[in-house]
Design a protein around this ligand. Structure first.
Ligand code: GLN
Length: 294
């Protein structure tokens, strides 16, 4: 980027986009234009609604330096979400940073499915396993204030974000418990109207080949063991029996894992087992229901 003169926001945006597209290492940033805009805004630049009116205004040098520093971090492979320190999920802002998985748009379907099902059971008890930032639990809690939601999370780092996000959104109906979802602490007892999870599901051998940004996320939130199914297999011996009659078990899975996870749910005696595709058309969620009382 040139150092002299007073560049306008529009010029800085174009230069930032160019830098992220051409100079980022080892690969160019996928969403260079969006990322450059978000970083310019984080540095004190105009937001989307003010940009059209202010784009030709000169950028003050101090903000330009700040913007440049953020661009350098992004070009070096840091996820834009970690640089910004927050990210949106289901229309809510969640605090994120190193040590916690970044909320993904395709995970919104899990939250939406859970909310839709639980609307018929307003005073429900819900359990979420491997809750990470808390984006799922908090979204469900906001939509269903009478629900009683427990979130289990093992990582102390993720736990800090989880507690902060619960406080930030003022949801009194979410309880965070630190513990291992594969060996749950004694306070985790059914019956639950719904049990939800987006557990780690990437096969261990694939971790080294993930996008450089994903590799900055905690391996603990991604690593699903040799074939990626370790958590689904472990959960199958513990959680189906904690469901209330007719209760919902709902998972996010990897694109290739739908059939295998559906087979596990069937083996556990769940009914109406289904695989749902995500917004990108990929198999993404697997769900089933506990039998109703005889
Ligand atoms: N969807 C994430 C990814 O593909 C993985 C999340 C997970 O393991 N639960 O990067």
């Amino acid at each position: 980027m040139p150092t002299a003169g007073k560049a306008s926001w529009r010029e800085l945006l174009r230069q930032g986009e160019h830098l992220l597209r051409r100079r980022a290492r080892p690969d160019p940033c996928e969403d260079a234009g969006t990322d450059a805009f978000l970083l310019m805004q984080a540095a004190g630049g105009p937001d989307r609604s003010h940009y059209p009116l202010q784009k030709n205004d000169p950028c003050p040098p101090a903000l330009r330096e700040k913007y440049l520093a953020l661009l350098r971090r992004r070009a070096a492979g840091e996820p834009v979400q970690y640089i910004l320190g927050e990210w949106e999920f289901m229309g809510l802002e969640f605090k994120v940073g190193p040590g916690v998985l970044i909320p993904r748009p395709e995970t919104e379907q899990l939250a939406e499915q859970a909310i839709e099902y639980l609307r018929g059971r307003p005073k429900c008890r819900v359990l979420e396993l491997c809750g990470g930032s808390g984006c799922i639990a908090v979204s469900v809690a906001k939509a269903l204030p009478a629900a009683d939601i427990t979130v289990l999370e093992l990582s102390p780092d993720a736990m800090r974000y989880l507690r902060e996000n619960i406080a930030r959104h003022g949801v009194k109906n979410v309880t965070a418990i630190q513990g291992d979802a594969l060996c749950p602490p004694p306070e985790i007892t059914g019956p639950y109207d719904a049990i939800l999870s987006n557990p780690p599901y990437i096969a261990s051998g694939e971790l080294a080949h993930l996008q450089k940004e994903v590799q900055k996320e905690p391996a603990m939130a991604l690593d699903g063991g040799g074939d990626g199914l370790k958590f689904f297999r472990g959960f199958n011996t513990i959680y189906p029996k904690m469901l209330a009659p007719g209760g919902l078990l709902l998972y996010e899975t990897g694109e290739e894992q739908g059939e295998a996870v559906a087979a596990l749910l069937q083996k556990a005696g769940l009914r109406e087992v289904r695989i749902l595709r995500d917004v990108y058309g990929q198999p993404r969620n697997v769900l089933g229901y506990a039998p109703e009382k005889p």
